[in-house]
Design a protein around this ligand. Structure first.
Ligand code: ADP
Ligand code: MG
Length: 688
């Protein structure tokens, strides 16, 4: 903490972590990587697990190759030296009468300086070597006094340049001030569920006085987190059930279907009918359109927009990336211009002058349909009469964006679209406030994408195949890890791969490069080149993951496929197989771990997105599902939606009771709870 004399009254949950002693801009940036900006974020960065110092191993019995705690007496210090290359090496020997433990520290003379020969210590690290002469490198050391003070040592999720130990030291500075968080739970709730107070729980989870204390602390923190989540969802839900600001008669979709270039699938017809009925109701529509990649959600959205605009309103469509926004603007323009509908594009990449004109057209009502990125949500954007808001690839947006878009009109109808199938139990929880239409039918003539797993050794053969496909007039995608995703240097980042692999192995072909660091205009230009057939192959990071639609592309190659979840791989695969031609997806991975191979082989066995999501959920658990924010739900710090069901039900009950008494959480007694809801949903902001 800052020096004693300093005024502490300014300390709030929102105080930046830089306030802590020893945390400067560089360390703050690393904290930021872990999503930690403020003191509250740090206090809520809970340990991943604990090292239990209360049951140390004797030297001979310590398991090899896993982190563990060994208790032994320090027998001798060998003194330090500098090895070739300037590395400082310090050695010592410890033992317990049965076996000895050789200790080595690199570049850390300080630890050993503090140790006394003849004293008992706890050494924590990985043990190697023979049974009677064992070794430990860079162990952490604790005295008996330290262990009785804190018997469990917290291990934190860490990041490069910010170790668990460094995080622990920062947390330790802060723990005496845990009260700054306040307690969002009322004394009545604490009593009813026999929960510890907030500060107590936070202290205990970081520095448990005994193993049992962790359970109690967790129970309390999980309850609070789930309560806050349910309150947030409840607040959203209540705004949806109000009378609609865009009443309309039920439209007959026949003229629309007659004018579009293909006959709708049965599923598309059904979804459109459901939407049109919803929009003719007295309350505003809140509907989720769920359909696997390639099932034709855009056409359904177009029909809904056509109906709303035909009834005299404006429509808006929000897409997660600039690329998708442009693509949607084009295809919707193609579908809707014949009806005299005027489409405007609004993204961060639109120039100031054009933007002013567009804003005026939106405000004046000359623009019927506005397609864009979250630029649409910014303050200067005012609609004359927004009647229907559509959100594409909804899992990329936070729940709050949904609300923000709806706030642009007088309670307009809302349609959200998602390609990520959600197992039913979780779906009810996440989308409890939405009605659901499902597109369970692909447009006719599609062939399933053939999926294969292979190793990098066969890359040349693979490129030969790509070359032949291109020779037949087809196009191919090659996805590889992003630039910033390869700190280990073990993976060729996208640029190197582009130069040294893709261009080298396709010397006579036109190969493009796309990644997240390009400016929006550059991205659009590359994409346009690919779409127009001026590029044969596109090397890209996962920025092309969602929505991109180029029916002539027939091959998707995914390098380092082991790095992605199955749902993400399925999304990528969905970029091909969009036309009538035979299509392939190659999952390239040199990772031979059985679990990895089994996962990838599973993807080869099915093209059903629902089965893929279910498999992901079962093998990787809901933590991953939510951790990767697949559904736009706020990331949870501690609760596990599938595992903590009893607590979830209790939280649901209490949230309903709280909202029944205070629908907007405006009661001063609920101020802390309201602030927590705000904080949780703010964290769930848009990705990228
Ligand atoms: P997604 O559901 O993944 O967003 P899109 O809306 O991008 O799917 O549609 C995928 C492709 O299928 C597009 O090329 C689109 O033009 C085409 N498509 C959509 N509906 C039909 C249909 N009823 N018949 C034939 N092609 C269709
Ligand atoms: Mg789409």
């Amino acid at each position: 903490m800052a020096s004693e004399g300093e005024n502490r009254t300014t300390l709030t949950p929102d105080t930046p972590v830089q306030y802590l002693k020893g945390v400067g801009p560089r360390l703050a940036a690393r904290f930021e990587k872990l999503g930690i900006r403020t003191l509250a974020d740090l206090l809520e960065h809970y340990p991943r697990r604990y090292l239990d110092f209360t049951h140390p191993y004797p030297v001979a019995e310590a398991p090899a190759g896993v982190e563990c705690v060994v208790q032994a007496e320090l027998l001798a210090k060998q003194g330090g030296r500098y090895a070739a290359g300037g590395r400082r090496v310090d050695k010592a020997t410890a033992g317990d009468g049965v076996a000895t433990l050789e200790l080595t520290w690199f570049n850390n003379p300080y630890t050993i300086q503090k140790l006394e020969v003849g004293q008992d210590y706890y050494f924590e690290g990985e043990v190697s070597g023979g049974l009677l002469r064992r070794r430990m490198t860079n162990p952490q050391v604790r005295t008996a006094a330290q262990v009785s003070d804190a018997p469990l040592a917290a291990i934190y999720p860490q990041t490069e340049g910010l170790s668990s130990g460094a995080i622990a030291r920062c947390v330790a500075q802060l723990l005496p001030h845990a009260e700054l968080l306040g307690d969002p739970l009322s004394p009545a709730l604490l009593e009813k569920y026999r929960l510890p107070g907030k500060a107590q729980a936070v202290r205990d989870i970081h520095r448990p006085p005994a193993p049992g204390a962790v359970q109690e602390a967790r129970r309390r923190l999980i309850f609070e987190e789930l309560l806050v989540l349910q309150l947030g969802m409840g607040l959203l839900k209540s705004r949806g059930s109000a009378a609609t600001g865009a009443p309309m008669r039920r439209a007959d979709p026949a003229p629309f279907w007659a004018a579009v270039p293909f006959a709708p699938t049965g599923a598309q017809r059904r979804a459109v009918d459901e939407i049109l009925s919803d929009m003719a109701g007295e309350t505003s529509m809140n509907r989720l359109l769920q359909g696997d990649v390639g099932s034709g959600k855009t056409l359904v959205a177009a029909a809904a927009l056509w109906a709303a605009i035909g009834a005299g309103y404006q429509g808006a469509l929000l897409a997660p990336t600039e690329l998708l926004a442009r693509q949607h603007a084009e295809s919707l323009n193609r579908l809707l211009a014949p009806f005299g509908i005027r489409v405007a594009l609004l993204t961060g990449g639109v120039k100031a002058a054009a933007r002013r004109t567009t804003l005026a057209a939106i405000r004046g009502g000359e623009a019927d349909l506005v397609v864009g990125t979250h630029a649409i949500l910014s303050e200067g954007v005012e609609f004359a009469r927004l009647g229907l808001a559509v959100i594409d690839e909804q899992h990329r947006f936070g729940v709050r964006q949904r609300g923000a878009l709806a706030d642009k009109g007088a309670n307009p109808h809302l349609l959200v679209m998602s390609a990520t199938p959600i197992p039913r139990t979780l779906g009810l929880l996440i989308y409890g406030d939405l009605d659901i239409s499902i597109l369970d039918e692909l447009p006719p003539g599609r062939q399933p994408v053939k999926t294969r797993v292979m190793t990098g050794e066969r890359r040349r053969d693979l490129y030969g195949f790509l070359d032949r496909q291109i020779g037949q007039g087809r196009q191919v995608y090659i996805v590889c890890p992003a630039i910033e995703e390869s700190p280990d240097g073990g993976l060729a980042p996208v640029k190197t791969y582009y130069e040294e692999t893709a261009k080298a192995l396709l010397p006579d072909r036109r190969v493009g490069l796309m990644h997240g660091k390009l400016k929006p205009k550059e991205k659009a230009a590359v994409m346009e080149d690919f779409r127009a057939g001026r590029l044969d192959a596109l090397v890209s990071t996962t920025v092309i993951e969602v929505g991109v639609d180029v029916p002539n592309a027939t091959v998707m190659v995914i390098e380092n496929a082991e790095r992605y979840g199955l749902s993400a791989l399925h999304q990528l695969r969905g970029r091909v197989g969009r036309g009538a031609a035979e299509s392939w997806c190659f999952l390239v991975s040199d990772n031979r771990a059985e679990t990895v191979q089994r996962r990838l082989r599973f993807l080869c066995s099915t093209n059903d997105g629902f089965a893929v999501a279910q498999y992901d959920l079962e093998t990787r658990g809901p933590g991953d599902f939510f951790g990767s924010r697949q559904h736009g739900l706020p990331a949870l710090q501690i609760a596990d939606l599938a595992g903590d069901t009893r607590t979830l039900h209790a939280a649901q009950r209490e949230a309903a009771a709280l909202l029944a008494a205070d629908p907007l959480l405006s009661d001063p007694g609920h101020a802390l709870l309201a602030a927590e809801v705000e904080r949780m949903f703010r964290r769930a902001g848009p990705m990228n």
